[in-house]
Ligand binder design. Sequence first.
Ligand code: XIL
Length: 320
Amino acid sequence: DFVVGTAVAGGGHHLEQDYPDPFTYDREYRKVLGRQFSSVSPENQMKWDYIHPERDRYDFGQADAIVEFAERNKQVVRGHTLLWHSQNPAWLEQGDFSQEELREILREHITTVVGRYAGKIQQWDVANEIFDDQGKLRTQDNIWIRELGPGIVADAFRWAHEADPKAKLFFNDYNVEGVNAKSDAYYALIQDLLEQGVPVDGFSVQGHLSTRYGFPGDLEDNLRRFDALGLETAVTELDVRMDLPESGVPTEAQEQKQADYYQRTLEACLAVDGCNSFTIWGFTDKYSWVPVFFEGEGFANVMTDDYERKPAFYALRDTL
Ligand code: XIL
């Protein structure tokens, strides 16, 4: 049942200029995507700004294409994402809506998007990054929580469940790999929601790691405590960035360290019963978001720009 996935590149701000759409235009990319993975996650193509560009218009083109590709290649799909503070369209963020209107906008969006792919999505990241690093709810930058209060999160899960009773519904975040204030906040919230009967099925750690900050050695322990709540767990966006080498080419030591982080993340997931989904955030450095978002860091993926396999690729393969 264990699936190994990747994000499907396309639509990101960092790609728009150079590579508008690798998924459609890069044949080598599609070949690796179809062959090496049993799960796919749209990197941007199901996010609000992409799929719902105007209030009365959806753009399902790329999301449909990814879901069809997955069906042809016998892959499952992780849906990403429904309630988030980022990558929302301007019409939403800058609109002037009443509380009732906003609530209806979210309900309609979730019902439409989840309903469209009902039966075809294994896991949905219903709520993405709702806590900050201190473990405080994002009551300022998350439009939904700010305008409608924290109860909207439970409603999002209920609406998603109604639209696709088979999909497993997740909370997803970064910097929650280890046991810390932020993962503690999720633990407390999810416990509370489960007691209320809210349909939460899983907790996932993104896994945007950096060799600068060390490996979260308590990852397995952390996954286990969510497992003990009866939840599924997952790694959803693993990449391991490194300091940009002066020579322009990573050293062997850098690549070994990176491989080690990849391997330990996979081992932690494999060690936990309900951790059945392990996804890397892209496979080639060519289309990585990392150099654009993290100054001075890069080379975070398991293949080079030319699709050569790095030590991290083999480390994962040999661990599986
Ligand atoms: C990133 C994408 O990789 C980029 O293409 C986009 O420009 C910004 O978002 N956490 C998430 C992902 O949940 O959706 C983010 O993806 C990375 C951090």
